[in-house]
Ligand binder design. Structure first.
Ligand code: SAJ
Length: 424
C-alpha cells in the first residue's frame, strides 16, 4: 500500500487525508500543533463539514490515519498548510517552506511532493524547487514536485473533493503525471495537467474572478441606492441574459480565500493588477458602507440596541476568518451602539434562548450571514419582542413579500422601497 504524508490538518488537509485514507493509502497526518493532534486522537473533529466527522472518526478508530508531529518516510507528501497575508498583503510562505524543510530528512528518491496551499505564481519553480535541489535532489528526475490547488467549497468539501475537476501543475510533465496518479484514486472530475506556474496562477484567477464579480455587484448596489433603483431586481433581471451571471451584493467578502488570494497576484504585478486591486478595495469597503446605512436607519434612536444575526464569513459555516461582520460590529460598537449576537453556527449552545436574548428590546435585527435558519424565522413574532420592529437584511434571506402587511419594516441591499422612503 502506498504511504502518504499530509502536512497541515486544517480545512483542506484533514478532508484530503480522510479522502485518501478511504481510497487505499496508508496516511500519516502531520501537524505542528500538538493540541490539534491530541484533539484528533481523542476523536474531536474541530472542522464542521458534512460527513467529515464520521469519516475521520472511523478512520482514526481503524488506524486508517496515523498522526505525527513530523513527516515520516513515505512515497508522497501533500502540503496543505496556511499561506496567510502579511501586513503588506504579500503571501507569507513561512509555513510552506517549513513544511518542505521538515520533509527533507525523510525524503527519498522517487518521492512526489505536492503543494496544495494557495501560493503566488512561480513559488514552486523559483522558491521550493531550489530548496529540494540544494538538498541534493534533481526535481523531475529523482524527486517530483507539483502544485495541485484545491477548489472545494467550504461547507461542501467532502462532496467537491471527488466531484470537482482538478488541476495538476508539475515542474516537469513527469512531475505532473506522477502527482496525477494520486488524485486519480479519488477524483471523479477531470484531471487537467499543466505546469506549476500556470496552475498557481489559475487558482488565483478563479478566486479573483469571483472577487471581481462580487465587487461589481456591490458597486452596482451602491450606484442603484444613489439613483433610487432596486439593485437586487436589476441583478435578477440582468442574470436572465444567457451570458450574464452577476453574483450577490453583501456586507463584504470574508474567508481565507477571496479576501486573500487576489493579493498574491497584485504582489507579483502591482502596476498591472488594476481591476483586481479595485475589486479588493470595493469589497473591503463594504463593512463601512453597511455600518453607515445602519447608522442612517437608526438615526435618532437613543442608545440603539442591534441584534446581529450571523457573524461567520458566509452562510452555514462557523468560520470567522476575515468575516466582514466583525468589521461592521467593531465600527458600530465604537460608535456607541449596543450589540447582541445571534449565530447558531458560531455559538451552538442554546439557540432559542440566545435568539430571544438577542432580539429582546432590540431596535434592529442586522442580518450579516445567510445561515439557512434565518430564511425561515418568524420575523413578525420576533418583532413583538423588539423595541423598534426593524430588520436590515444585507444577505437578502427574507422574502419581503411575506411581510407586506405586517408591522415590521424590512430593508435589504437592493430594496429601493425601503431605501427611498426611509432615506438610507
Ligand atoms: N460572497 C458574496 N456574494 C456572493 C458570493 C459570496 O458577497 O455572491 C461572499 C461570501 O459571503 C463570503 C465570500 O464572498 O464572505 C467568499 O464566499 P465564497 O462563496 O466565494 O466561498 P469561499 O471563499 O468559501 O470559497 C471560495 C471558492 N472559490 C470559488 O468559488 C471560485 C472555492 O471553490 C475555493 O476552493 C475557496 O474559495 C478556496 O479555498 O480558495
Amino acid at each position: 500500500m502506498q504511504k502518504l504524508c499530509v502536512l497541515g490538518l486544517g480545512y483542506i488537509g484533514l478532508p484530503t487525508a480522510a479522502m485518501l485514507a478511504s481510497h487505499g493509502y496508508a496516511i500519516t497526518g502531520v501537524d505542528i500543533e500538538n493540541e490539534l493532534l491530541l484533539k484528533l486522537a481523542a476523536g474531536d473533529i474541530y472542522i464542521e463539514e458534512p460527513e467529515l466527522d464520521i469519516t475521520v472518526k472511523k478512520l482514526m478508530a481503524e488506524g486508517g490515519i496515523k498522526l505525527s508531529p513530523v513527516p515520516v518516510p513515505a512515497d508522497a507528501y501533500i502540503i496543505a498548510v496556511p499561506t496567510p497575508c502579511q501586513e503588506d498583503k504579500s503571501c507569507d510562505l513561512t509555513y510552506v517552506l517549513a513544511a518542505v524543510e521538515s520533509i527533507l530528512p525523510v525524503a527519498a528518491t522517487g518521492n512526489v511532493i505536492i503543494i496544495e496551499s494557495t501560493v503566488p505564481p512561480h513559488t514552486c519553480d523559483r522558491i521550493i524547487k531550489p530548496v529540494l535541489e540544494a538538498a541534493g535532489f534533481k526535481v523531475g528526475a529523482d524527486i517530483h514536485l507539483a502544485y495541485c490547488p484545491e477548489r472545494v467549497l467550504p461547507g461542501n468539501i467532502m462532496q467537491e473533493l471527488t466531484a470537482n475537476n482538478r488541476i495538476i501543475g508539475g515542474c516537469t510533465r513527469r512531475c505532473a503525471s506522477r502527482a496525477a496518479e494520486i488524485f486519480k484514486s479519488f477524483v471523479n472530475g477531470q484531471i487537467l495537467l499543466t505546469d506549476a506556474k500556470t496552475a498557481e496562477m489559475t487558482k488565483l484567477l478563479e478566486n479573483s474572478f469571483r472577487d471581481v464579480n462580487i465587487a461589481l455587484a456591490n458597486e452596482i448596489t451602491q450606484i442603484c441606492h444613489h439613483l433610487g433603483i432596486n439593485a437586487l431586481e436589476v441583478i435578477r433581471l440582468a442574470n436572465q441574459h444567457p451570458r450574464v451571471n452577476v453574483l450577490d451584493p453583501g456586507p463584504g467578502v470574508g474567508g481565507h480565500c477571496l479576501a486573500v488570494d487576489p493579493y498574491f497576484i497584485i504582489e507579483k504585478a502591482p502596476a498591472l493588477s488594476k481591476i483586481i486591486a479595485q475589486a479588493r478595495q470595493t469589497n473591503s469597503g463594504m463593512p463601512q458602507y453597511i455600518a453607515g446605512k445602519v447608522k442612517k436607519l437608526l438615526n435618532g434612536v437613543d442608545k440603539a440596541r442591534i441584534a446581529v444575526f450571523g457573524i461567520s464569513y458566509k452562510g452555514n459555516v462557523s468560520d470567522l476568518r476575515e468575516s466582514p461582520a466583525l468589521a461592521i460590529i467593531e465600527d458600530l460598537v465604537s460608535a456607541g451602539y449596543r450589540i447582541a449576537i445571534y449565530d447558531p453556527y458560531v455559538y451552538a449552545d442554546n439557540h432559542a434562548a440566545d435568539l430571544q436574548r438577542a432580539v429582546e428590546n432590540a431596535d434592529m435585527i442586522l442580518i450579516l450571514a445567510d445561515h439557512q435558519e434565518f430564511k425561515s424565522l418568524d420575523y413578525d413574532a420576533l418583532a413583538k419582542q423588539m423595541r423598534t420592529p426593524l430588520v436590515f437584511d444585507t444577505k437578502n434571506v427574507i422574502n419581503c413579500n411575506e411581510y407586506h402587511c405586517s408591522e415590521i419594516i424590512i430593508y435589504n441591499l437592493g430594496n429601493v422601497y425601503c431605501a427611498a422612503s426611509h432615506g438610507i
